[in-house]
Structure formats: structure tokens, C-alpha cells
Design a protein around this ligand. Structure first.
Ligand SMILES: NC(=O)c1ccc[n+]([C@@H]2O[C@H](COP(=O)([O-])OP(=O)(O)OC[C@H]3O[C@@H](n4cnc5c(N)ncnc54)[C@H](O)[C@@H]3O)[C@@H](O)[C@H]2O)c1
Length: 382
């Protein structure tokens, strides 16, 4: 098999997981890492065992050995890095959100289409085998017609005023914080599992921690603060609840927040249908709850032999051997690189992978929620 060269821009919290996932594929060479400075590029490359470390993404794009660029920079750099990579004819794996605004996201959709490159966004929870099992179960009618979706995505790493992330600075994270950062995952998963688009939203947003200590240096995601820094006012939401309408009159609601003690990465999605319900919880990701009215509820444990044959290949270990976030991330990368390896004309990404169109749609949903909240909680069309 022809080997494929990958380059990573932004090796903070999530970037190294992109490297782990592609290394596992066996036919991908991690060629280079680009950091925010020469020193950080070199240090990151060394610590990740990557041959070349660059001080700017432009140098990485100039490297002819890099065919696929992974963009794991903070949000404000997404558009420029992704757009430049596409202009150089590189395939692109952008971490979410696709850009800072819907307008930028739409431009990227068009740029990628014109260039004919493979372009994907990492809405990685789709890669979990039991998420795929849920999707297949809905599609084959196991739960009947869905009528209600609910759940939440709660974390606690921004609970204290000493906690800080660039996500809370609209110049770096965008107009939305918690909704754009993690609410977008919930919406993507809800639409992916049911095949139903979100059409209308009604949002109630708030900023629980109104002032925080901003550190003088950079701090990567999930790192607790130590009280060092200067006080800054926070204007973006760290907590939100949203009523949702899907196509076909299907109703839903979800809450997101990064200020909820004890919730580490607590993404929960339940779909209630005419016959039964399904619930998947990221923190117990090897289980799928199936709720019945006239018989005992069930818990399907992840076990390849019990999964639909279309899903089985996403489980890499026998039953009882827990799989994790990183395995789901790998599944997404495997699908993306499968398309790249097929060569031009590149096949369309399989449904499990979020496209740039999906990334654009995620932006439009967040825009509509912000608009709804600004209107005092009015129903707003996406
Ligand atoms: N898919 C997921 O589940 C998931 C999880 C976490 C983060 N993310 C997304 O990934 C992106 C990165 O998030 P993170 O949590 O890893 O952030 P982070 O702050 O931990 O890491 C960002 C890295 O980018 C580097 N960087 C900054 N400017 C740069 C530049 N000009 N060139 C190269 N590198 C630069 C920083 O030094 C840092 O190492 C965000 O857009 C976030 O939304 C996605």
C-alpha cells in the first residue's frame, strides 16, 4: 500500500490523539508537527517522536512529504490554516469547529469542493461502535419512529474562576463557548443517529463564572489553574439549555455546561421512539441502554458478536474488553484515510465521518441558538 504523509498543526491537548490514531493505521507516516514557535514546534516534535518540527504552519505546508494536514489549533486559526492547506492541494482533517463563523465555514466547504481534496471534521463521537449500533437500530426501525431526543453534554474543568481557556475569549474561541465547543458534538450526534436535521431552536444561555483569572502564558485544555494571572470579564456562555425541533416535528432538548462539578466528559443522548428508547452515555461508552414499556429494559454491552454486521468492524476487542475515546477517534481516522488511500477521484466520505458541510451546519445551529437567546428566547429557524 502507498504510504501517506501526515502533518499536524497544533499539538496541545487533542493534537497528539490525531497522531496516535493515524499511527495505528500502519500506512501513515507522521512527517511533521508545526507549533506556535520554532522552539515549541521542535519540542512537540521531539516529545511525540516526529522527525520534523516546524515553527509555523506555512513551513509544514511547504513540505512535499505532507499530503494530509490535521488542524488542531485553537479555533481562531482554523480558517487560515485549513484554507491555506486546501490551496496547496493537501487533504485536510479539521478539528471542530470548522471555523470561527458560518461565513468562513461556508467558504471552506466551497474551497475544499473546488480543490477536490478529502476534507473532514472530527465529530469523533460518531466513531464509537455503540453510537453506530444506535444509528443502525433507528434506521432499521427497532425503536419505531423517533419522537423525542434529549440529553446533555456537561464538563467541570471550567468550574472555578481560576480555570481559564482560550475558548472563553471570543477573539480566539468564537462568539459561543460551551455551545460551540461541546454543544456542537451533541447536535451532531443527535442528527447523525436519527438522520433528522435540527430545524428550529430556542436557547437560554448564561455565564455562571463572570470573571476569571487569565494566566499570562498559554494553558492547554483541561489543565486546572493555580490562581496566577489577571482578572478578566467573561462574556460568552459557560452554561446553556436548548429546546430543539427536528424535521418531521420531532422534539428535543439538551443542556451544555463546563461548570458542572463531577461531570468530566458527560455526553448523554437518548432517543425515544414509538416502540422503545435508546440511550448512549460517553462515560459508559461500552454500553447502550434500550428502554421498553412492556418488558424489562436491556443493556447491550459492546461485543462484536452482538453488533449489527455493518458495525462490527468498529469494535476492535472482544466483549468485556473496554474500548474508549481513542478507539472511536481511530475509527473516524480509518474511514478518512481509507478515502485518501483510494486515490483520485476520491470517494465520498462514508456517513460515519462528518464532512465540511456537516461542520457548516454545526455553525448554523450555534448561530441560531445565539440569535434565539439574544431575542430573549424566541424560536429561531436554523
Ligand atoms: N474532537 C474533539 O473531541 C476535540 C477535543 C478537544 C479539542 N478539540 C478542538 O481541537 C482544537 C484544539 O483544542 P485543544 O483542546 O487541543 O487546545 P489546546 O489549547 O490544548 O492546544 C492547541 C495547541 O495549538 C498550539 N498553537 C497555537 N497557535 C499555533 C500556531 N499558530 N501554529 C501551530 N500551533 C499553534 C498551541 O500552542 C497548543 O499547543 C480546538 O479547535 C478544539 O475545539 C476537539
Amino acid at each position: 500500500m502507498t504510504r501517506i504523509g501526515m502533518g499536524l498543526v497544533g499539538a496541545g491537548f487533542v493534537g497528539p490523539h490525531h497522531i496516535d490514531a493515524v499511527r495505528r493505521l500502519g500506512f501513515v507516516d507522521v512527517v511533521a508537527v508545526a507549533g506556535s514557535s520554532e522552539v515549541s514546534g521542535r519540542e512537540k516534535a521531539e516529545s511525540l517522536g516526529v522527525r520534523k518540527g516546524y515553527g509555523s504552519y506555512q513551513e509544514l505546508l511547504d513540505d512535499p512529504d505532507v499530503q494530509v494536514v490535521h488542524n488542531a489549533t485553537p479555533n481562531h486559526l482554523h480558517y487560515e490554516v485549513t484554507s491555506a492547506a486546501i490551496a496547496r492541494g493537501k487533504h485536510i482533517v479539521s478539528d471542530k469547529p470548522l471555523a470561527m463563523t458560518s461565513a468562513q465555514a461556508k467558504r471552506l466547504v466551497n474551497e475544499a469542493q473546488r480543490a477536490g481534496v478529502v476534507a473532514a471534521v472530527t465529530f469523533n463521537y460518531r466513531g464509537n461502535p455503540l453510537v453506530q449500533q444506535a444509528r443502525v437500530a433507528v434506521e432499521r426501525g427497532d425503536i419505531g419512529t423517533p419522537h423525542f431526543l434529549y440529553g446533555h453534554y456537561l464538563q467541570d474543568w471550567l468550574l472555578k474562576e481560576t480555570d481559564y481557556s482560550w475558548r472563553l475569549d471570543p477573539e480566539k474561541g468564537g462568539a459561543s463557548s460551551a455551545l460551540g465547543d461541546i454543544g456542537s458534538h451533541w447536535c451532531d450526534l443527535a442528527q447523525h443517529i436519527t438522520g433528522l436535521k435540527i430545524t428550529h431552536v430556542l436557547g437560554d444561555l448564561t455565564t455562571v463564572v463572570k470573571q476569571r483569572q487569565k494566566p499570562s502564558g498559554s494553558r492547554e485544555a483541561f489543565q486546572a489553574g493555580n490562581g496566577e494571572g489577571e482578572p478578566v470579564d467573561i462574556t460568552v456562555e459557560d452554561l446553556a439549555s436548548v429546546l430543539v425541533r427536528f424535521e418531521n416535528g420531532v422534539r428535543g432538548c439538551f443542556s451544555v455546561g463546563q461548570v458542572c462539578g463531577g461531570h468530566k466528559n458527560d455526553l448523554v443522548l437518548e432517543v425515544c421512539g414509538a416502540k422503545a428508547s435508546l440511550r448512549w452515555r460517553q462515560e459508559d461508552q461500552n454500553e447502550l441502554w434500550i428502554g421498553h414499556r412492556d418488558r424489562a429494559n436491556e443493556v447491550l454491552q459492546k461485543d462484536p458478536s452482538l453488533l449489527d454486521e455493518r458495525v462490527r468492524g468498529y469494535a476492535h476487542l472482544p466483549g468485556g474488553h473496554q474500548e474508549s475515546w481513542a478507539d472511536a477517534f481511530f475509527n473516524v481516522m480509518r474511514e478518512i484515510y481509507g478515502c485518501i488511500a483510494a486515490g483520485p477521484p476520491y470517494p465520498a466520505l462514508p456517513p460515519m465521518v462528518a464532512t465540511f458541510e456537516d461542520g457548516f451546519r454545526a455553525h448554523r445551529i450555534v448561530d441560531a441558538i445565539l440569535e434565539s437567546a439574544a431575542d430573549g428566547g424566541a424560536w429561531t429557524r436554523v
